[in-house]
Design a protein around this ligand. Structure first.
Ligand code: GAR
Length: 222
């Protein structure tokens, strides 16, 4: 089946959530230009100054800003966020550097259609400052993971991981640059798999092409 036929028969609508630079958003925009298996309907940011909004505008994608500080609490923000997202009837919601802890109400609402990218080899280094923590703990390798989002922070089933060796003397900034380059390869791939109907979340974990993936997901080698 060609890409154009699959798009005609079952378009996959994507909403991307960002908080910052949006380089992963850009990687997905660029990949979908080459492989039009899905359509980014909207980009939503919780920060008005997120550079990713400029990237969305340049690509002709609708943008929304929803400042979490305008809401009384986390749930009020998440409810408003769900209302904005659902205007676009997404098949998939992609967290691309969206730096907010999500409520269970939000993660349940998008269960099985919510992906995140995290800058570590999950389950190692959930949370923030992952590059420095990998160095401080003497890890020999580091990397990034795409995972389905569940109620557990950075804890949902891993879809794909890319690893790199940590060289002696490398700083967190060095690692961040290298990990970002890997993120830009694996996130578009995972999004494409989902859009093509090859990737699902089952009760046992992530499934690719009908096969259950191991806990650490598909191991990507560039
Ligand atoms: C990426 O490195 C992503 O892994 C990280 O934020 C960065 C966003 O970069 N996400 C998290 O830390 C989520 N816990 P980008 O805005 O250039 O795509």
């Amino acid at each position: 089946m060609t890409d154009s036929i699959s798009l005609a028969s079952k378009p996959c609508n994507i909403v991307v959530l960002i908080s910052g630079s949006g380089s992963n958003l850009q990687a997905i925009i660029d990949d979908l230009a080459q492989h039009p298996t899905a359509r980014i309907c909207a980009v939503v940011s919780n920060r008005a100054d997120a550079y990713g909004l400029v990237r969305a505008q340049r690509a002709g994608i609708a943008q929304h800003v929803l400042n979490h500080k305008d809401f009384a609490d986390r749930l009020a923000f998440d409810k408003a966020l769900m209302a904005v997202i659902d205007q676009h009837q997404p098949d998939l919601v992609v967290l691309a550097g969206f730096m907010r802890i999500l409520t269970p109400e939000f993660t349940r609402h998008y269960a099985q259609r919510l992906l995140n990218i995290h800058p570590s080899l999950l389950p190692k280094h959930k949370g923030l400052n992952t590059h420095q923590r990998a160095i401080d703990e003497g890890d020999q390798e580091h990397g990034c993971s795409v995972h389905f989002v569940t109620e557990e922070l950075d804890g949902g089933p891993v879809v794909i991981q890319a690893a790199l060796p940590i060289q002696s003397g490398e700083t967190a900034e060095d690692l961040a640059l290298k990990v970002h380059a890997l993120e830009h390869q694996i996130y578009p791939l995972a999004v494409r798999w989902f859009a093509e109907g090859r990737l699902q979340l089952s009760e046992q974990g992530a499934v690719l092409d009908g096969q259950h993936l191991a806990n650490s997901g598909f191991q990507f080698h560039s």
